[in-house]
Write a protein of this length. Sequence first.
Length: 75
Amino acid sequence: MKIELKRQELIDIQVEVAAERKKDKEPFHFTTVPLHYILKDKPEKEKVEKNLSLSLEKYCFVAKILKKTTTVSHS
């Protein structure tokens, strides 16, 4: 699958998530959600960082909801 990322072509993108939840008392909501992106074709790092930040801060409604009680990060 080819994806356009700020006019950069990617062959593949994978996302690994290893979320942690609060376990001591209810509600057992997420405390951290680290997202690790794996990209093929080595696009420009600055453009990738900008796009990932925009996606989490502006466009992703799930991330916006989670950020009220959770630390969402990416690498």
